[in-house]
Design a protein around this ligand. Structure first.
Ligand code: ZN
Ligand code: ZN
Length: 353
């Protein structure tokens, strides 16, 4: 599995005329080696695969690393390590999006010709293999299990912060390593903010409550949103909920291999626009989900690239009314040759809890 990924990367390096490639991004390091520590760089050449890390991680490297990597201690500094491992003036690719200006300056001392690269590993990561899809399915199921356990504390009129704490506690207790992001618990008017975080506000009956949460299982994220109504749902919110739900179904159906991310976004957006809420859906329809909570591909009006079988993306339209509140519904979609598949099994119908 890791061999296959490294093989694909070597083919891309050859196309770009690179003698060596430096990978610094930890999600990319995990993808290529299964290593979960917080300091590591990979140096890949057609003939050697070096894993550069410090003393703290030598044992973890031995326990976790897959893909035929050879350990190289980083005590001398990254540039000097690379200088010693590469032939002088080699064309060395580095991850431009992941490298600070200061790190780029330090790297110059290695004596190689530095060639910026963009998204080489991220593009590979966008197409999940069967093992990754299986892990994501398990993460999604675990996230839904956590959500199911929340309902009693919502009914009890808890604070947003307490609901967030329940999510974090229950996720770990049920087997997640952590949450894939800080949960969003937005009640009442605060639900008009797409990324509201959580506060000390108490959950109010008869007003929308948006819960956006995910877990990490075996290195892979889940992501799900439900807007629920504690106690009661007034007619106006029922109407808005029905619009968001129909937009979600259209966006899901349009998440097809061979169509663009913009087309999927457009299918949901067109419906929300028709119903008069164009100004109230200001974010994209979705994003790739995998080792990172937000990754390629994107379902947004600017995304011209085509979806491919193996992409895992969210589908999360919303309508946000400033000063009143908002509704978002989010599931995860697997793009397949035979059309989109919903990875979630929890109902997306309106829930009065
Ligand atoms: Zn989400
Ligand atoms: Zn999302």
């Amino acid at each position: 599995m890791h061999e296959t990924r490294i093989g694909r990367l070597l083919a891309r390096m050859e196309e770009l005329g690179l003698d060596a490639l430096l990978i610094n991004s930890l999600p990319n390091v995990f993808y290529l080696s299964a290593f979960t520590g917080t300091n590591a760089s990979l140096l890949i050449t057609p003939r050697a695969r070096w894993f550069i890390t410090d003393f703290r991680y030598h044992e973890r490297f031995a326990a976790e690393a897959r893909g035929g990597w050879q350990l190289h201690d980083s005590a001398a500094g990254l540039a000097r390590c690379i200088g010693g491992l590469c032939v002088p003036a080699a064309r060395l690719g580095f991850e431009a999006e992941q490298t600070s200006v200061a790190a780029r300056e330090r790297l110059a001392a290695c004596g190689c010709e530095l060639v910026p690269t963009r998204n080489l590993v991220e593009e590979l990561r966008a197409v999940k293999d069967s093992g990754e899809i299986e892990t994501i399915r398990r993460a999604v199921a675990l996230g839904e299990q956590v959500f199911g356990e929340l309902l009693p504390c919502i009914r009890g009129g808890a604070m947003e912060r307490e609901v967030a704490a329940e999510i974090e506690y229950r996720a770990r207790r049920l087997g997640a390593t952590e949450c894939s992001f800080k949960p969003i618990i937005a009640s009442g008017r605060r639900s008009a903010q797409p990324h509201a975080g959580f506060t000390e506000q108490r959950i109010q009956p008869g007003q929308p409550l948006t819960i956006d949460m995910g877990v990490v299982l075996a290195g892979y994220c889940s992501d799900m949103t439900r807007t629920v109504f504690p106690g009661d749902c007034p007619a106006r919110w029922r109407e808005l909920y029905a619009i968001v739900l129909e937009a979600k179904r259209r966006g899901f159906a349009a998440s097809r291999a061979g169509d663009s991310g913009a087309a999927a976004d457009g299918a949901a957006r067109e419906y929300i626009t028709e119903r008069g809420y164009a100004e109230n859906f200001g974010h994209g329809l979705g994003h790739g989900v995998g080792i990172q909570i937000h990754e390629a591909p994107r379902l947004v009006w600017t995304e011209k690239r085509l979806l491919a079988a193996g992409n895992v993306v969210s589908c999360e339209p919303g309508i946000y009314l400033p000063g009143e509140g908002g509704i978002r519904i989010e599931d995860m979609t697997l793009v397949t040759e035979d059309g989109p598949q919903n990875l979630n099994s929890l109902s997306d119908e309106l829930m009065v809890v």
